[in-house]
Unconditional design. Structure first.
Length: 240
C-alpha cells in the first residue's frame, strides 16, 4: 500500500493559490523527493501532510488514515529546514526529550541517544547547549532526532541546507541506511545532484502545479542528469 496518498488537493493563501489540484502517491520504503524552485509550494504541501494547515479541497492520507486523524502521524518524524528547540537544552537533552515523547525510557533511551549522537558524529557535543552551537551543529542535532524511536516515515525539509560537505556525505549515508531498514523518506530539496544520487522517486512542482512524478531511473534513461530534466520541465511549465 502507498504510505502517502494525496488526492486532488488545493490550497490558497487569501486569493493566491499555493497548490492546485495535486494528486500524488508515495510508495512505502522509497526515498522520494519533492523538487521545485522557490515558492513552488513544497513547504505548503509538507505542512498539509502534517496537518499544520488544512487543505481547501481534496484529502491526504498517511498510513491509510486521513491526516485530520492524529494517529496518522504515529511513526512520522519531521525535521524542518531550520531545526530549533529551547536554546538551554543540550544535544543529549533534546534527543532524550524526543525519545520520552515516544515513550522510550531508561537504558533503551540512553542506548538510542548515544547511537544517534555517534551516527551524526556529534558525541562530543552531547552536553553542549544549543545556544552555544553553530547552525550546522544544531542541524545535526535535529537530524539525530529522526533516529530516535521507530519512525516509518521521515519528512525532511531541505535537510542539506546548512551542512558542510562532510555533513552532506554523512546525511546521504544515513538516508541510505534508513532506506535499507525499510523506512520511507519524503525530502523537500533544491539540491538536485544529491537527490539524483539518493532518490528512487521524484515529483516536480512549480507555481503550485505538479509538472512530473516518476522514478529517477526513468528520468535518467532519457536525460543526461536530473538537473537537465528539472530545468527543462520547469521552463516548459513556465512557457505554458
Ligand atoms: N503564510 C503565507 N501567507 C501567504 N502566502 C504564503 C504563505 N506561505 C507561503 N505562501 C506563498 O505560497 C507559495 C508557496 O510557498 P512555499 O513556502 O510552500 O514554497 P516552497 O516551494 O517551500 O519555497 P522555498 O523553496 O522558497 O522554501 C509562495 O508563493 C509563497 O509566497
Amino acid at each position: 500500500m502507498d504510505i502517502i496518498q494525496i488526492k486532488d488537493i488545493s490550497k490558497s493563501y487569501g486569493p493566491d493559490f499555493a497548490l492546485t489540484d495535486i494528486s500524488l502517491n508515495i510508495q512505502r520504503g522509497k526515498v522520494f523527493s519533492l523538487l521545485g524552485p522557490n515558492g513552488a509550494g513544497k513547504t505548503t504541501l509538507v505542512k498539509l501532510m502534517l496537518n499544520l494547515m488544512h487543505t481547501d479541497s481534496g484529502s491526504i492520507e498517511i498510513n491509510g488514515l486521513n491526516v485530520n486523524d492524529k494517529n496518522s502521524r504515529m511513526g512520522v518524524a519531521f525535521i524542518p529546514e531550520k531545526f530549533s528547540f529551547f536554546p538551554f537544552y543540550t544535544a543529549r537533552g533534546v534527543l532524550e526529550f524526543f525519545g520520552k515523547m515516544k515513550g522510550i525510557e531508561g537504558v533503551e533511551l540512553t542506548a538510542q541517544v548515544n547511537s544517534a549522537l555517534e551516527e551524526l558524529q556529534i558525541s562530543d557535543l552531547a552536553n553542549r547547549k544549543l545556544s552555544k552551537m553553530s547552525k550546522g551543529q544544531m542541524q545535526r542535532v535535529g537530524l539525530a532526532s529522526i533516529l530516535i524511536g521507530n519512525n516509518d516515515l521521515i519528512v525532511l525539509d531541505e535537510p542539506f541546507s546548512g551542512l558542510d560537505p562532510i555533513g552532506i556525505r554523512d546525511l546521504k549515508e544515513i538516508i541510505k541506511k534508513l532506506k535499507e531498514q525499510g523506512k520511507t523518506m519524503f525530502i523537500n530539496s533544491h539540491i538536485l545532484l544529491e537527490m539524483e544520487q539518493i532518490c528512487d522517486e521524484i515529483a516536480i512542482l512549480n507555481k503550485g502545479k505538479l509538472l512530473f512524478a516518476g522514478s529517477v531511473a526513468s528520468v535518467l534513461e532519457k536525460e543526461k542528469s536530473l538537473d537537465d530534466f528539472f530545468y527543462r520541465t520547469v521552463n516548459e511549465g513556465r512557457a505554458q
